[in-house]
Design a protein around this ligand. Structure first.
Ligand SMILES: C[S@@+](CC[C@H](N)C(=O)[O-])C[C@H]1O[C@@H](n2cnc3c(N)ncnc32)[C@H](O)[C@@H]1O
Length: 340
């Protein structure tokens, strides 16, 4: 899995426990790496994983929608073929290895060649997603960042000097109905699907996921966009905004999503570092039913623990604290509280 800010790897056992063991229909509204949605699928639930970014929807298509029994053998052959592709410098090498230094030029040329090869293969949607995830994860293992693509390190990270090698993503099988990946705005996703459990893990501050992971978006879309700034971000990072990244817009956006969720249970994870105050979130959730809360204390993401860096990758400050608390809210929705 890729390095991802706000990934809920360590919270998964608590989320699964809160959902329970009876197989249910689960909607993960902000699926990110898809690791929570995948864990729900493996636990026997029927899952819809949604995220508005293309790279996240691709991760969900591979890890949630695609089944192992249908794709594993083809994926093994495909990854072997992609690993044998001869390096050829192109867009990635130009933007992310020469104009910026996220990968060595040798690995940039590998990424370019593999991505071009995938584009010519005419794979079905799920196998293409598996190939793209394999490439994204391989590139992530040899990047030279602190985990976000707003900046790269001044000196190459040791892992960046290794040659990039693709691996077969660990696919899983659905045991209860077909699982699905969608790429919708959160409000549309909750309005479109009636489920047993809706899990909400929205962004909680100003940092845009598109800006933090712009290279994955470009790699998946392969649209060779105009770029800007030291990090060579896609030009549409300036215009494709999430309401969940604004201090003022977040409350309204979350109120809309919570008000429209069609589920018996709503689970929300939210950090104590988030824009929303605890009483504000509790007010929103209690309008839908009885709320219970668990608190879990975690180390902050690796970049925060390493320090504060400027866009040139130079350390410019210390962080104030190295742990944060993740609140897990559970709402037992009362039928007459549904607003739709
Ligand atoms: C905190 S992350 C989710 C992390 C995920 N639970 C995991 O474990 O990997 C929030 C996600 O919300 C997505 N997102 C942001 N705004 C959105 C919106 N308006 N609609 C749908 N998804 C959105 C981001 O792309 C990001 O992947």
């Amino acid at each position: 899995m890729i390095k991802y800010l706000g990934s809920k790897r360590t919270l998964i056992p608590h989320i699964l426990k809160a959902i329970g063991t009876t197989p249910l229909r689960v909607l993960d509204v902000f699926s990110g790496t898809a690791r929570v949605a995948r864990a729900c699928k493996v636990a026997g639930h029927q899952v819809i994983a949604n995220d508005h970014n293309a790279y996240a929807a691709t991760l969900a298509r591979a890890y949630v929608q695609a089944d192992r029994h249908r794709h594993h053998h083809a994926a093994v052959e495909l990854v072997a073929e992609l690993n044998a592709t001869l390096p050829k410098p192109g867009y990635v090498t130009d933007r992310f290895c020469t104009k910026a230094r996220f990968f060595t030029p040798e690995n940039g040329a590998r990424i370019d060649a593999v991505r071009d090869r995938i584009a010519t293969m005419k794979l079905d949607d799920e196998l293409e997603a598996i190939a793209l995830v394999s490439l994204m994860e391989a590139a992530d293992r040899v990047d030279s960042t602190c985990g976000v693509q707003m900046a790269y390190l001044k000196k190459w990270a040791a892992r960046a000097l290794q040659p990039m090698v693709l691996r077969v993503p660990e696919l899983s099988d659905a045991s209860r109905g077909v699982c699905m990946a969608t790429q919708q705005e959160a409000s549309l996703a909750v309005a479109s699907h009636e489920v047993d459990v809706a899990y909400l893990d929205p962004p909680y501050n100003q940092h845009s996921y598109l800006g933090n992971y712009h290279i994955w978006e470009t790699l998946v879309r392969w649209d060779q966009p105009e770029t800007y700034g030291v990090a060579q971000k896609r030009i549409d990072c300036k215009t494709r905004k999430s309401a969940f990244n604004g201090k003022r817009s977040m409350y309204q956006a979350l109120a809309e999503v919570i008000g429209q969720v069609q589920a018996k249970v709503i689970l929300v994870s939210f950090s104590n570092e988030g824009y929303l105050r605890r009483d504000e979130l509790e007010g929103l959730l209690s309008s839908r039913g009885a709320v219970t809360i668990e608190d879990h204390d975690y180390p902050r993401y690796v970049g925060a623990r390493i320090g504060v860096f400027n866009p040139q990758g130079e350390r410019v400050g210390q962080v104030s604290h190295v742990r944060n608390v993740e609140h897990l809210y559970r709402v037992a929705v009362t039928t007459d509280a549904t607003t739709a």
